[in-house]
Write a protein that binds this ligand. Structure first.
Ligand code: GLA
Length: 376
């Protein structure tokens, strides 16, 4: 009998400690991710909120629901010192100012350029508002970067969902387009962006994000020493207004060749205006693949870009001219940052040989892009 009581005691002790451990583990798990929020101003009578996602490593990504804009990305350098690797502003007024060059925002309904803002779909000619030297850039004068999105924190606290319904005729585009973007901060220090959209009329769709990265986290005024690799053998040739000619030249032997990795400054002087082109990614299929890598030797920060998209606009901040003062009193001069806009090709609706950009009713537009940070 004594022996049985003794065994029972041992068993209850064991069960109690297991249960206690599991509570502790649960606590540890729930401690791993968090999303905090704070008011960020008012736009067109709607509250703008800043959400900050934190992962178990302490990496943080802040997003506002105005334009679905990524305002801050804090990642460690090789000495574990945190730094903010994207350009942006401290306040909503910064983002609302004329001349905000799409810092960190979501871009749509059609990212990049549409020649003269015109396209024909199902025998109907459409004219979009012109906002870039007689062409339409990034969805028109009031694209998805200039509207308030509905934000929902997803359970698990590692994801923020943003939704927006773009009305039939908005910025000249046909069809009510329901857009959903989910930002997820993963345990391996990646910001994953998953885009989906559906429509009730055929319409062009090309969604992207317009983060301006400088991996030095404020230490270097330009990205000229960043080493860039882009897995692309071809790019879309453009005219003087950056509208594709339809030709896809080889990068080999040209300043556009980033296949083996080189610093931005190596050949930039031979590219009129600087890099602002769409690379035709070498992809095996339509899934998520590693397409580009950016490395800053001074801080050891490394950024891998994975996407399901066929193109990448690599833009070296050529139009930044020190007139914008950003967060932390940073002054943004020429080449202060670079953009890696994963996308379908510019002017897709007018280029039959380019990958299709028309979404039809009953179909779902879907793609994911991942910006993964590490040090080496
Ligand atoms: C994109 C374009 C650039 C420029 C920026 C915003 O990257 O390709 O030409 O318009 O957006 O300034």
């Amino acid at each position: 009998m004594k022996k049985q009581i003794f065994l029972l005691l041992i068993l209850s002790f064991f069960l109690f400690s297991c249960n206690n451990n599991s509570t502790k583990n649960e606590e540890a798990t729930t401690m791993k991710y968090s999303i905090t929020e704070k008011p960020f101003g008012i736009f067109e009578n709607e509250a703008v909120t800043q959400y900050t996602l934190t992962n178990p490593n302490g990496m943080q990504v802040s997003i506002i629901n105005y334009g679905g804009t990524v305002t801050n990305i804090l990642t460690p350098d090789k000495d574990k010192v945190m730094g903010d690797v994207v350009l942006g502003f401290d306040s909503l007024a910064g983002y609302l100012q004329k001349g905000n060059p799409y810092f960190g925002c979501l871009v749509g309904r059609y990212g990049n350029r549409i020649n003269k803002g015109k396209f024909v779909l199902d025998n109907i000619a459409y004219q979009l508002p012109l906002n870039d030297h007689g062409n339409t850039l990034h969805g028109g004068v009031k694209g998805f970067d200039k509207v308030v999105w509905q934000a929902t924190k997803l359970s698990g606290d590692s994801s923020l969902q943003l939704t927006y319904t773009s009305k039939d005729g908005e910025q000249g585009f046909p069809g009510n387009l329901k857009v959903k973007v989910v930002y997820t901060l993963t345990a391996d220090n990646a910001l994953q962006i998953a885009y989906t959209a559906t429509t009730d009329k055929a319409t062009p769709v090309n969604l992207t994000n317009h983060c301006y990265f400088n991996l030095s986290g404020g230490k270097e005024p330009t990205i000229l020493s960043h080493v860039v690799t882009i897995h692309a053998d071809k790019y879309t040739a453009v005219d003087s207004l950056l509208i594709p000619t339809g030709k896809l030249p080889d990068v080999k032997g040209t300043p556009m060749d980033f296949t083996t990795g080189k610093s931005v400054e190596k050949d930039i002087a031979s590219v009129k205006g600087g890099y602002d082109h769409n690379w035709v990614l070498n992809k095996a299929g339509k899934g998520l693949e590693l397409v580009a890598n950016i490395y800053d030797a001074a801080t050891g920060r490394n950024l891998e870009v994975l996407t399901a998209e066929p193109g990448l606009q690599f833009y070296t901040g050529n139009f930044l001219d020190s007139t914008l003062k950003g967060k932390n009193n940073w002054v943004y001069g020429k080449h202060a940052a670079l953009c890696l806009e994963t996308q379908h090709f510019p002017d897709g609706p007018n280029q039959p040989s380019f990958p299709n950009t028309i979404l039809k009713p009953g179909e779902t537009y879907q793609h994911t892009t991942v910006y993964r940070f590490s040090v080496k």
